[in-house]
Design a protein. Structure first.
Length: 475
């Protein structure tokens, strides 16, 4: 590839161009994930301008630039430019210290410039800087409206991941540009960020009315509304958790493909998604009355604390996860007005503690297979595996014991004419829990045992058997 005449310098923007992310947002979420009090310091730094804010975050972050999602098309263009003898420069509005870390990792730039804590090198400021340093002969690769002023000064324009609006504005200004094709975010990416497969857990809100044999249409509608509210608020927290776990996810063989970690969705959109989903879920919660709304507030506080801090506390994280499963059942009772059975709550706590422990066990098995000694973003080490595996099996077996005690109690005869058939549920549960624990031990478990149960054929047959036994007991 020949460098265009008079344009031997290729100037490359970083955020949204070379990088399918934004270092300002990356730094913010990384700092927040380690210190929930950090927004106060961010607000103070912002008073001195965006450049000061970027320097403030850079000094408090430990971004691993090796794992960031770089754009392969831009990297290829840089490589071909250098192969033709051209010079390259990374010039970005991100803090220069972070930009130099990126440059040192990639090793493909002759010079690097960025915001210095006082001057925000963006828009007209960047255009002025480039004109003074390179004259009018440079070629510039950018992506946003802020780069229009730079393209106006450049000898040649290239866009990367630019929106249709930016391309149209370039054409209106009479600036001929080459457009590098980028992987634009689509509805599927945004839907995936909501983790709709996790909504299966929210079906637990129907359990109180099913266990209490309350099938009135009004009760079913209330449970459905509770399901929608839980799904919206849960997705809000999932998005928040993904933003806080960006670096940890990028080290995971499967989680690194999540939309935010992979750079398929702009991180800036994540905050808006979190707020919008939370608002929708809150509105639905208010419609179901103050008790249900109170339960949802408790759920949101617990999940947020989990995302910010509790997930790094050994054992406590498992207890919180078990509580978050169980609180869905409590919410179902609050939404429908169906009294909750002590048997149901006791069974749920032990079963979900077992599933939460299996989730951690699966992560530790994966660590052992990858020969990683310590989990990222968690408090566990590989040698904790035997203890967590034992806790998972023990809690699961206790849940079967609770079910057996319930079946043999006088309470069950009030709801089931043929309670003897319910003993079969204990046998199915005993088999399923043992099988799941064994598969996890072998490293064949999904990151989430609930998702595994929903997609595993044997688990589906076990669920069908339980349903048939319940129906048989009621006839």
């Amino acid at each position: 590839m020949q460098a265009p005449p008079g344009a031997d310098v290729l100037v490359v923007d970083l955020d949204g161009t070379l990088l399918r992310s934004d270092l300002l947002w990356e730094s913010f979420w990384e700092v927040l994930g380690h210190d929930w009090r950090s927004p106060a310091g961010v607000a103070l730094a912002l008073r001195d301008g965006r450049a000061a804010l970027k320097r403030h975050l850079t000094e408090r972050t430990s971004l691993e630039v090796e794992t960031l999602p770089y754009d392969p098309a831009v990297l290829d263009r840089i490589a071909r430019w250098r192969a033709a003898g051209g010079r390259t420069a990374l010039v970005t509005a991100s803090d220069e210290r972070l930009a130099r870390q990126v440059g040192a990792h990639l090793g493909c730039f002759d010079e690097i410039h960025g915001s210095d804590g006082q001057t925000n090198l963006k828009g007209p400021e960047k255009a002025r800087f480039l004109r003074e340093r390179f004259g009018a002969g440079f070629t510039y690769i950018g992506d946003s409206r802020a780069d229009l002023a730079v393209w106006q000064e450049a000898g040649a324009a290239i866009t990367a991941n630019a929106s249709a609006g930016v391309r149209a504005e370039l054409a209106q200004r009479g600036i001929a540009a080459e457009h590098l094709a980028g992987a634009a975010a689509g509805p599927r990416d945004y839907l995936r960020a909501l983790r709709p497969h996790q909504w299966l857990k929210n079906l637990l809100v129907f359990l109180p009315l099913l266990a209490g044999h309350q099938f009135a249409m009004a009760t079913l509608l209330q449970a459905l509304l509770a399901f929608l509210a839980f799904s919206a608020i849960a997705s809000s927290v999932y998005v928040l958790n993904d933003l806080l776990d960006l670096q940890a996810d990028r080290h995971h063989p499967r989680k690194r493909e999540r939309p935010f970690a992979a750079g398929r969705i702009p991180i800036a959109h994540g905050a808006a998604m979190t707020a919008g989903l939370l608002a929708a879920g809150t509105l639905l919660s208010v419609l179901l009355g103050p008790v249900f709304f109170g339960v949802m507030v408790l759920y949101y506080v617990m999940t947020t604390l989990y995302s910010l801090a509790l997930k790094r506390r050994i054992v406590l994280d498992i207890c919180v996860l078990a509580g978050l499963y169980t609180i869905r059942i409590v919410a179902g009772g609050a939404a429908t007005g169906v009294p909750l059975s002590v048997w149901l709550l006791a069974f749920s706590i032990f079963l979900f503690f077992s599933l939460a422990a299996i989730k951690r066990q699966a992560e530790l098995v994966d660590m052992a297979q990858r020969r990683t000694l310590k989990s990222r973003g968690r408090g566990y080490v590989a040698t904790d595996l035997p203890f967590i595996a034992q806790a998972a099996v023990a809690a699961g077996y206790v849940s079967v014991l609770v079910m057996a005690l319930y079946v043999s109690s006088p309470d069950v005869t009030e709801l089931y004419p043929r309670p003897d058939l319910l003993w079969g549920i204990c046998l199915v549960l005993l088999y399923w829990i043992t099988r799941v624990a064994l598969l996890t031990h072998r490293g064949e478990m999904h990151d989430d045992p609930v998702v595994f149960a929903a997609t595993d054929r044997t688990s589906q047959l076990c669920l069908l058997a339980v349903l048939l036994l319940v129906i048989g007991g009621t006839l």
